[in-house]
Design a protein around this ligand. Structure first.
Ligand code: COD
Ligand code: ATP
Length: 208
């Protein structure tokens, strides 16, 4: 049977800085039946062993970024790219087009009334051009740092370096159609996601 009669969903871009709560918010949209593609997941698929990008990375940075089993040593690469901005830009130039391709092909298979692209770099990477509406998850920077330190085993210095590589809170908010302020508990986050979900179901093509 042809699927050409199934309408393509409009795309909501969901963004926010490191540790803002994008994944927690996205999981609740998924629980409500919405299809979501996560740019951080796409970034992992494109460097799986055997894929050309991993060979390019090893060629450029050397074996220090490979684990004994041949997988990418993510922690080693993280340290390198957030210490040296030119190395981060080199990696982004290699990976962002591949990540965008993965995202596009996954979004094309989405079948819910609208679908979500979750990305920390939605604005910086130009991925917002694949979306019709932008939801920013906003938290004060102190909470962002506190939640990231609690979740990941990395130093505060590294979190600061990652924050520096991302858009400012102000810049992100300038691009927002909707803002979810995630400065309370998870029950609040879920109730805000539900409120937005009911609103999004009323929109056509992402606009009222
Ligand atoms: C450096 C890598 C190997 C570290 O991997 P690790 O498993 O530790 O972290 P993970 O990929 O889950 O990312 C965690 C968070 O770091 C931040 N982050 C990742 N890459 C970047 C970047 N290039 N610039 C700014 N922040 C970034 C984001 O907030 C992201 O949510 C990895 O982040 C990577 O390959 N980054 C380059 C690709 C990229 O730009 N990905 C972002 C999505 S487009
Ligand atoms: N409202 C909240 N109350 C308490 N903890 C929260 C809340 N929102 C998120 N968290 C927790 O904060 C941490 C960061 O959230 P999450 O992983 O969703 O952020 P993220 O924006 O996806 O981060 P990254 O950009 O690093 O992928 C997680 O451990 C999550 O469970």
């Amino acid at each position: 049977m042809s699927t050409s009669s199934v309408p393509t969903p409009w795309i909501l871009g969901l963004t926010g800085g490191i540790g803002s709560g994008k994944s927690a918010a996205a999981q609740h949209f998924i629980d409500l039946g919405i299809d979501a593609v996560d740019a951080d997941h796409a970034a992992r698929w494109v460097v799986e062993p055997g894929r050309p990008a991993l060979a390019r990375i090893a060629e450029h940075f050397g074996d220090r970024v490979l684990l004994p089993d041949g997988q990418l040593d993510r922690s080693a690469l993280r340290k390198l790219i957030f210490e040296v901005p030119e190395e981060r830009r080199w990696l982004e130039a290699l990976l962002h087009p591949l990540i965008a391709e993965e995202i596009r092909s996954h979004l094309a298979r989405a079948r819910s009334p609208y679908a979500i692209l979750v990305s920390p770099l939605l604005i910086e990477s130009g991925q917002y051009s694949m979306t019709q509406r932008i939801l920013v998850i906003d938290v004060p920077q102190s909470l962002q740092i506190e939640r990231t330190l609690q979740r990941d085993g990395i130093s505060e210095q590294q979190v600061q370096a990652i924050l520096k590589a991302q858009s400012s809170r102000e810049d992100r908010l300038n691009h927002a159609d909707d803002v979810l302020v995630n400065d309370r508990d998870l029950a609040w986050l879920h109730s805000e996601v539900e409120r937005l979900h009911h609103f999004y179901l009323t929109l056509r093509g992402g606009r009222s």
